[in-house]
Ligand binder design. Structure first.
Ligand code: HAM
Length: 445
């Protein structure tokens, strides 16, 4: 046999894994619907240009791109946001605002496969478009938290670390760093926690080339700002700077809304978060397991310029993406993965060919009534069939032998305690519904 394996970073889903994927999607969908979000979708394969222009360098390095047979430059989607911006942009003028949309789909990034990072992963995206104020950011952060809480996690299990590219830009301006250099400086801020001092200084020197700002001093100032953890400390830092003080007013609105919605415990201020994607413009955030080393559970933020850049109207937008990989690791750790139980409701044990036609008639009736029913495809003895019924994961067997057929009954057998009772075949649907709800006592004489 040839040994052709899956590609690195791609997963196969056996039924028990696929059941978990289904569970994850269910919880995500339920949370999004509770917030009034509507589901959308878009192609997995897209023109390369959709991402090279909009997502930023890091993602472009990770594209699964190639030329199709028609000579088009195409790529598997690494994320959903540019497609969303294109779709909303094309019809935005006729849409009632704000627009609340969510999507669940697979995305592909050519990253180094490692714990929490694969090359193909499922992602939930939820986005709110058409509202520029912090109320929309709060709504998105609240939904992100509720998507995690839906799995049985508590607010103590994760932290949503909120930061702000607008505040960073205003702070860097107060240091004399012009807007043109600010994005490169944020690239250095992104590495503050991991980078060696020498590399950071080198990167800051490169970022500030052509300005009069001293890189060493800028580094110290950036570190102090990044480590500010409370609104009160930020207000002290902003004192006398009108632009920063004005922005802190929006922070108060954001935090007060999140507190009113009941999310004060899981939301923290963390200005070390700046986000790798190029399109973010305002508040940004990432969700992490509390105290853990694992990679982010979710990430998002405001991207007010993207819809217009993709040919649509000027439409403010904010959203987040949540992946299934780190989420599954966390749920496993917290023992919150549901037990896989996928057996049928009933297993019909057909004993002898004479009983088969009548038994199949009942199987078909029960399936049409919505029950999950399996039966033995081949004839077999009682003991073997009882074993098959248990292996299939059924709780009850329906015994069809010559005697039962002659009497016009079906024998229902509990596979847990082996108790048995007969039910007239004409009453089968209501009787079995009662058995599923109340157990065998519903039909015991
Ligand atoms: P992102 O931070 O690149 O944002 O991805 C969001 C989440 O997707 C991550 O926090 C992680 O859970 C998951 N994820 C990303 N890459 C991988 C990977 N290679 N393997 C496993 N999981 C991964 C975005 O994608 C933005 N488009 C989110 C957004 C929506 N912003 C606004 N709207």
């Amino acid at each position: 046999m040839s040994d052709i394996r899956t590609l690195p970073g791609f997963r196969e889903f056996y039924p028990e894994d696929q059941a978990l994927v289904g569970h994850t999607f269910d919880i995500w969908r339920q949370a999004c619907r509770r917030y009034g979000f509507r589901e959308w979708n878009s192609p997995v394969l897209e023109p390369l240009e959709l991402f090279t222009e909009k997502s930023g360098e890091e993602i472009v390095r990770q594209l699964f791109n190639f030329e199709d047979k028609g000579g088009r430059k195409v790529t598997l989607r690494p994320e959903l946001t540019p497609a969303l911006a294109r779709m909303v942009g094309a019809k935005a003028n006729g849409m009632p605002k704000p627009i609340r949309w969510f999507a669940i789909g697979e995305s592909y990034r050519y990253e180094k496969p490692q714990k929490g990072r694969l090359r193909a992963f499922y992602q939930l995206n939820a986005d709110l478009l058409g509202e520029a104020g912090p109320a929309a950011d709060a709504e998105i952060i609240a939904l992100c938290a509720d998507c995690l809480l839906g799995f049985g996690l508590t607010q103590a299990d994760f932290r949503i670390r909120v930061s702000d590219r607008t505040l960073w830009f205003r702070y860097l301006a107060s240091l004399g760093i012009p807007e043109a250099q600010a994005t490169a400086v944020l690239g250095v801020v992104d590495k503050l926690e991991r980078g060696a001092p020498k590399d950071l200084l080198e990167a800051m020197t490169a970022a500030l080339a052509g300005t009069a700002v001293d890189p060493a001093q800028a580094l110290v100032a950036a570190r102090a700002f990044a480590n500010t953890k409370s609104l009160a400390d930020l207000e002290r830092l902003a004192a006398g700077d009108a632009a920063m003080t004005e922005r802190l007013g929006e922070w108060k609105h954001l935090l007060a809304t999140l507190t009113a919605l009941g999310f004060a415990e899981c939301v923290t201020i963390d200005l070390t978060i700046v986000r790798g994607l190029a399109y973010y413009t305002g508040f940004v955030f990432e969700a992490f397991e509390t105290g853990g080393e694992a990679r982010a559970l979710a990430g998002g933020g405001r991207y007010d310029a993207l819809v217009k850049k993709l040919g649509g109207p000027d439409l403010p937008a904010v959203g987040f993406g949540m992946g299934d990989v780190t989420l599954r690791d966390l749920l496993e750790l917290k023992k919150l993965l549901p037990v896989y139980a996928d057996g049928p409701d009933f297993y019909a044990m057909i004993l002898g060919d004479d009983a088969r036609a009548a038994a199949l008639e009942d199987v078909a009736t029960l399936r049409r009534a919505g029950f999950r029913v399996e039966y033995n495809l081949r004839d077999g003895k009682f003991g073997k069939l009882a074993q098959q019924a248990e292996t299939a994961g059924a709780k009850y067997a329906l015994v069809y032998g010559g005697g039962e057929i002659a009497k016009g009954v079906t024998k229902v057998r509990s596979l847990t305690d082996r108790s048995e009772a007969e039910v007239p075949r004409t009453d089968l649907v209501p009787a079995l519904r009662a058995v599923l709800e109340e157990g065998m006592r519903a039909i015991m004489p």
